[in-house]
Design a protein around this ligand. Structure first.
Ligand SMILES: [Zn+2]
Length: 190
């Protein structure tokens, strides 16, 4: 087994700093993690369960810094359907940032950038059965039947289309029977 690679730790005080003064080669790999505290999320939403892990390729050429790589962290979410908490690992493998440098730049702080990109990768409507880490059968899956299923599951659309057409037909019939509001009624509402 080979020992894990530890290129000179780029983080200081829990930040991800790319030290340009120390960068002799144009290409460098940096890997590590940022402390869980950097997420600083509002209570009631996703809750971080792990540090933010990063594995980045840094390309440095004259006045241009290009960073690409992968970010990942574990979070606790509340499923939007069953409202039960579940854990998932969010992996962002397309992290990319390009930064102009002037000749005097000695280091670049990527902490806020990786944090923001990680948070943007969080699902808006987390569902426990879609978790990549421990997917499970959502306990609310059987509760969503009938009409409410149409908006949630498009694959059901074709099989239930005739039902919904009947429904609209019935609604049209209903409309014909409802008398138009009389001027008297609208006056009374004022
Ligand atoms: Zn669920």
């Amino acid at each position: 087994m080979s020992a894990p690679r530890h290129p000179s730790p780029p983080s200081a005080d829990g930040r991800l700093l790319i030290d340009l003064s120390d960068m002799s080669a144009p290409n460098t790999e940096v890997a590590g993690s940022l402390p869980i505290e950097i997420f600083d999320l509002e209570p009631g939403g996703p809750r971080p369960l792990s540090p933010l892990h990063y594995r980045l390729h840094v390309h440095h050429q004259e006045d241009q810094l290009t960073v690409t790589g992968e970010l990942s962290a574990d979070f606790s979410f509340e499923c939007v359907r069953c409202l039960e908490p579940f854990t998932d690992r969010i992996t962002l493998d397309g992290y990319f940032i390009e930064q102009e440098l002037d000749g005097k730049t000695l280091s670049v702080d990527l902490t806020d950038s990786v944090r923001e990109d990680m948070l943007l990768a969080l699902p808006d409507h987390p569902r426990c059965e879609e978790a990549s880490l421990h997917p499970r059968v959502c306990s609310a899956a059987t509760m969503f039947t009938g009409a409410s299923q149409h908006s949630l599951d498009h694959s059901e659309e074709t099989s239930t289309r005739s039902d919904s057409q009947d429904l609209w037909g019935a609604l049209d019939q209903l409309k014909l029977q409802v008398p138009a509001p009389s001027p008297e009624n609208s006056r009374r509402n004022r």
